[in-house]
Design a protein around this ligand. Structure first.
Ligand code: HEC
Length: 182
């Protein structure tokens, strides 16, 4: 029988308690699931995906970035050539509020606080009911430095709102954003 020294036990108990009390932070956000069951972990590494394009609203800035499968497809002419994006294509829209850059000598705005990340992935079998795309959204709370699925926005994945609006661009395989020249 192995005898565990009591100091080790105390140390482990302290660690376990510390971790249990942590909010969903950058490290464990991938344990979250969208209200429709799509795991955040499906999109692991989205922080490093290649930019497709940028967009701006009255109050926010957005970066649209895609995984290698989807970037390759964009560069091959999809969806303009009428072909659909392939299985495994994944795309993220990361949104921030915006603010003036106080150091710049001309008027320019930069990201302020992250608001959310919206994600779409192609799996024609799994998401046959929504044209082959699965939709997920995770809201970022800067005060807690953690993501959650609370509020009406994140709930839209279960009432079909994401898919319904993206049907506007059915002719572009349900993806609004085009690949920006660079
Ligand atoms: C009322 C219409 C509408 C709804 C609802 C909507 N979207 Fe979109 N979505 C857009 C538009 C328009 C764009 C492109 C403009 C932009 O940059 O926001 C877009 C862009 C995206 C992108 C970038 C790829 C692309 O298609 O351009 C993702 C990812 C995305 N939406 C996910 C979602 C998710 C997830 C939901 C539901 C939680 C959702 N959207 C709900 C209209 C909508």
């Amino acid at each position: 029988m192995t005898i565990i020294p009591s100091r080790t036990m105390v140390c482990c108990a302290v660690f376990a308690a510390a971790f249990a009390a942590l909010p969903v932070s950058a490290e464990d956000k991938y344990a979250l699931k969208a209200p429709n069951g799509i795991p955040f972990a499906d999109f692991k590494g989205y922080e490093n995906w290649t930019p497709v394009n940028l967009s701006v609203t009255e109050t926010g800035l957005k970066l649209i970035a895609a995984n290698d499968v989807m970037i390759k497809a964009y560069r091959s002419g999809i969806p303009g050539n009428g072909k659909p994006f392939p299985e495994g294509a994944k795309i993220a829209k990361i949104q921030w509020t915006r603010k003036d850059n106080p150091e710049a000598p001309f008027a320019v705005q930069v990201t302020d606080k992250q608001q959310f990340v919206e994600l779409i992935e192609k799996d024609s079998k799994k998401y046959a009911g929504t044209h082959g795309w699965g939709y997920a959204e995770f809201i970022y709370d800067p005060a807690k430095d953690s993501f959650n699925t609370e509020g009406d926005d994140a709930q839209r994945v279960v009432n079909g709102a994401c898919n319904t609006c993206h049907e506007i661009v059915a002719g572009k395989d349900f993806i609004f954003t085009s690949y920006a020249h660079r």
